[in-house]
Design a protein around this ligand. Structure first.
Ligand code: GAR
Length: 195
């Protein structure tokens, strides 16, 4: 079973969705560490409750290494990863990193913080979710999965977030089930499932 480390900075609803999928045996991986750059991130308490080892602080790269992490899952991690961190998780099978991220927009639109709010404020009629492998650029790397949704009926940014999060919680575990085992090839800029 692939040993994964989850990096998260906040609430941890994606961590919870991944854990639910693991417990329901829909996702075959072992969460060996939940690490956060923020000492008081609610995700840490949630991991503790689930008896998963946690780490809080800036040495998260070392903590992941010490726990034998093979694949890194970003779940609301609000910090840019260094080039050396990304290089440490370079795959042996192809030219990509074994680091995957969920972003609350249809990339390349609305990079950075608060993707759903950016889409709402822009006046977009659709918003979306992107799951991608991570490279050295911000919110960039081969796209594994994307889903769009209409936001024409949304009155506030939190209306958009509510729909988006529900999609993330389905799409992320589902996509991880093949990404984690590297059951894909990189075709151009896309990460294409092979089995
Ligand atoms: C999610 O909406 C995720 O897509 C976003 O942060 C939120 C974390 O929620 N990630 C980013 O913006 C990454 N650039 P959670 O802590 O409840 O999983």
């Amino acid at each position: 079973m692939v040993k994964v480390g989850i990096l998260a900075s906040g609430r941890g609803s994606n961590f919870e969705a991944i854990l639910r999928a693991v417990n329901a045996k829909k996702l075959n991986l072992e969460i060996v560490l939940v690490a956060s750059n923020k000492e008081n991130a609610p995700v840490l308490e949630k991991a503790k409750q689930a008896n998963i080892p946690i780490y809080a602080g800036q040495d998260y790269a070392l903590a992941l290494h010490n726990h034998g992490v093979e694949f890194v899952i970003l779940a609301g991690f609000m910090k840019i990863l260094s080039a050396s961190f990304i290089a440490a998780y370079k795959s042996k099978k192809g030219d990509y990193s074994k680091i995957v991220n969920v972003h609350p927009s249809l990339l390349p639109a609305f990079t950075g913080l608060n993707g759903y709010e950016q889409a709402f404020n822009y006046g977009s009629k659709v918003a979306g979710v992107t799951i991608h492998l991570v490279d050295e650029k911000l919110d960039h790397g081969p796209v594994c999965a994307q889903k769009s949704f209409s936001i024409e009926g949304c009155k506030t940014p939190s209306d958009v977030e509510k729909i988006g999060l529900a999609i993330e919680h389905e799409l992320y575990p589902e996509t991880l089930s093949w990404v984690i085992n590297e059951n894909f090839v990189i075709e151009g800029r896309r990460c294409v499932r092979t089995s």
